[in-house]
Ligand binder design. Structure first.
Ligand code: ADP
Ligand code: MG
Length: 500
């Protein structure tokens, strides 16, 4: 990454199209990425962003159109051709070898050797140099498979950067990175820009886009929508509207529903994380929002209701029957199901398949199922939920970690849909997922409520709480500070109740 290629060439896509069997992924994509700029590519899931980057990386050949770098027309037969043209694409899926060391992965194809024997010391020295500034704490001799997902992502990035490319494209690089790792990556991207390289950056995280990008191009359904090239004139809402092609209000798609009897009734509940006894109820068919600042006690309250933590005082009843909630099993048997806040830590088993993740906790109605029948039932159940919830995955056997956050969240919801459900507890269900998947999750929430499920949604997104809830409970510092019906749910009022 020392001296950039002497270039001030723009990358130009002209009329690029890609047809897969039965799927038109891209049509007529025309836009330009200038050097010395970080150019974001945004759009809902399935918009075609990754497909374009795969064309750029030589993994796919376009069905139509032309790719140019400056005056040079680029035409690739393989990924190696793209690399040879000075292009580095960091794909959304990782391409490293888990059984090799970090150093071997980084220098694959260029392993230093002495008399035909790999020179380990040189290997590790070079690997350390490549990780410098990005992930110095990773020991190059470690097996790649031992690293966290975020660390593997950093190794993949270090590997791409080691090629001193003129064009560098990142496909959702931060989805598994920590805040600190993201900060370091942003620093590096800023440097690449200052060196005059062409940087393409795919992400759906608004704060990253506004932090490092100089221009944004939006795709929808495989088509170019527009390019914004003055970020100071661009608002968050404008960007979202251009991605979804409709007004942001509409994504909540709220509809009045008839409400039934009280489902869950909570009286004087006290436990870890609660400073004052909590009392509230939620009806069948109702969506009850829980708003508050991070740390207000909302997650702790849901943990008490789902048997993950034990309460010290108070009473929880469901349909008029007092409940004993000593373990998650008690809650699940009662029909109280939780989608936890930290999807990656508590919600999914990352290495397991989508099907396995859906079938955790799911049980066929017939308890005496044999092993084979059980497997058939599970296969069917997984396929059914994948279809019902529109989980975008190449197959039920795909490891769930490769799915986007929104699709992971839908799979977790799918897990519960095969069980008897009376109360659904959702903790920050749309955090970190794109706008299209958000709107699908809102529709699932409405549908479940319309079927009589009592839904509790914890969210720190004020617009979301207001957008989807029939009633909103506000918490602050471990105590419930107010309850506001939908008709009176103004931002200022909710914020006032949420602030200490
Ligand atoms: P994004 O990265 O914006 O989420 P993708 O480029 O991954 O979108 O996908 C665009 C569309 O192309 C989707 O409808 C997807 O299902 C389809 N698609 C992507 N790759 C393939 C493939 N290898 N075969 C068939 N269809 C594909
Ligand atoms: Mg993608």
């Amino acid at each position: 990454m020392n001296t950039p290629h002497a270039t001030a060439s723009a990358l130009r896509f002209t009329g690029i199209g890609k047809q897969f069997p039965g799927v038109r992924a891209l049509s007529g994509i025309t836009f330009e990425v200038r050097p010395g700029q970080v150019h974001a590519l945004m759009g809902e899931n399935g918009a075609g962003k990754s497909t374009l980057l795969k064309i750029l990386g030589g993994a796919y050949t376009p069905s139509d159109g032309e790719l140019r770098l400056g005056e040079q027309v680029l035409s690739f037969k393989s990924a190696a051709d793209s690399i040879a043209s000075g292009i580095a694409v960091i794909h959304q899926e990782l391409h490293l070898v888990p059984d090799m060391s970090v150093a071997e992965n980084l220098l694959l194809g260029h392993l230093p050797n002495r008399f035909g024997i790999v020179d380990r010391r040189a290997l590790h020295r070079r690997a350390r140099a490549l990780l410098k500034g990005l992930a110095e704490e990773i020991d190059p001799s470690m097996r790649l498979g031992e690293l966290s997902l975020g660390q593997r992502q950093l190794v993949e990035i270090a590997k791409a950067l080691s090629r001193d490319a003129r064009v560098i494209a990142f496909d959702e690089p931060t989805s598994s990175l920590s805040t600190r790792e993201i900060d370091r990556l942003m620093g590096i991207i800023g440097r690449l820009r200052d060196e005059g390289r062409v940087v393409l950056y795919v992400s759906h995280r608004m704060e990253e886009i506004f932090r490092i990008c100089d221009a944004v191009t939006v795709f929808k359904d495989g088509r170019f929508v527009c390019t914004f090239d003055d970020m100071s004139q661009l608002s968050h809402d404008q960007l979202v509207t251009s991605m979804v092609g409709r007004d942001i209000e509409d994504i909540y798609d709220y509809r009045e529903r008839p409400q039934g009897e009280v489902a869950l009734n909570v009286q004087g509940l006290l436990g870890p994380g609660l400073a004052k006894p909590a009392s509230f109820n939620v009806r069948h068919g109702e969506v009850l929002g829980f708003f508050g600042l991070v740390g207000a006690g909302r997650t702790e309250l849901l943990r008490l209701l789902s048997g993950l933590a034990n309460h010290q005082a108070g009473q929880v009843s469901l349909d008029g029957q007092p409940l004993k909630l000593h373990s998650p099993r008690d809650a699940i048997d009662a029909g109280i199901l939780l989608c936890p806040e930290d999807r990656k830590k508590e919600g999914i088993v990352p290495q397991a398949s989508v099907a396995e993740n859906i079938n955790i906790g799911a049980r066929p109605a017939h308890a005496r199922f044999g092993c084979l029948l059980r497997r058939l039932w599970e296969r069917n159940n997984a396929e059914k939920q994948i279809r019902a919830l529109n989980v975008k995955t190449p197959s039920a056997d795909q490891a769930i970690l490769y799915l986007s956050g929104g699709n992971q969240q839908k799979a977790i919801l799918g897990r519960w849909l095969s069980l008897p459900m009376k109360v659904l507890l959702l903790d920050e269900p749309t955090r970190g997922i794109d706008i299209g998947a958000k709107s699908e999750i809102y529709q699932i929430i409405h549908r479940l409520a319309a079927d009589g499920v009592a839904v509790i949604v914890v969210s720190s997104d004020l617009m979301e709480v207001i957008g989807i809830s029939d009633r909103i409970v506000v918490m602050c510092e471990g105590a419930i500070t107010g309850e506001v019906p939908r008709a009176h749910a103004e931002e200022s009022r909710l914020l006032q109740l949420a602030l200490p």
